[in-house]
Design a protein around this ligand. Sequence first.
Ligand code: NAP
Length: 230
Amino acid sequence: MENKQTVLIVGASRGLGLALVEEYCKRGFDVIATVRQQTAALQGLQKQYPDSLEVHEQVDIVNLDSVRILHDRLKGRKLDVLFVNAGISRANELTPLQVEEQDYIDMMLTNALSPMRVVELFHENVLTNGVIALMSSELGSITNASAFWELYSSSKAALNMLAKSFAARHSNDSRAMLLIAPGWVRTDMGTQDAILDVSESIPLVVDVVTQHAGRPGLRYVDRFGKTIAW
Ligand SMILES: NC(=O)c1ccc[n+]([C@@H]2O[C@H](COP(=O)([O-])OP(=O)(O)OC[C@H]3O[C@@H](n4cnc5c(N)ncnc54)[C@H](OP(=O)(O)O)[C@@H]3O)[C@@H](O)[C@H]2O)c1
């Protein structure tokens, strides 16, 4: 019997993370999903996929101790894909002079520092032909900056920079590393003004991850696999 592949999805309670869980379950993966708190939607998926979906609660990526506890629990587990999805947006329409400092600090911690700490801790669990994926954003591109959600954008640019530095420190790594932009999607964060339904984004995002298995190096790409200017 063919071995099932395994994906770890960090930040899976709702929105794009929840959709990633469903998509990978549909594709026959063993899925390890983490949440801060269980949700009815994720419980529904657990009922649908009792043999392949494992949920770990109380994992807050900003709380390094909770990430270390997860790391201990998953010791020795091999991953085909590590997907760090968790993120927040705050003060979307504000400028540096207007934002509450704490909102900005929270975004930088949640969107930039903490995802990379997850990668630092878990990358050795990822198989040599595996993929480390981080949910970035088109808004993280400095080249294409337009002042839309500028504070949030700067947190994704910081994520991209930290990923570049990680890749430079692991230049002989055989694994693929992806900063993926899913498009503007209708979720709590994306709002109802967004142009895409989750179903128009996440299957493409998963296709891109799948296509990069066995292709070493870091890339910043959109949901079609097209390179985005840094
Ligand atoms: N929607 C878009 O248009 C869009 C576009 C580009 C990039 N993105 C990125 O895609 C990712 C998912 O966004 P979304 O649209 O699905 O947003 P969402 O609906 O607001 O969901 C955010 C997810 O991140 C989790 N999360 C937030 N802070 C966390 C923390 N400290 N620890 C663990 N989990 C945490 C949330 O968990 P809780 O339920 O516990 O809060 C939730 O599962 C984010 O990284 C976002 O920046 C989204």
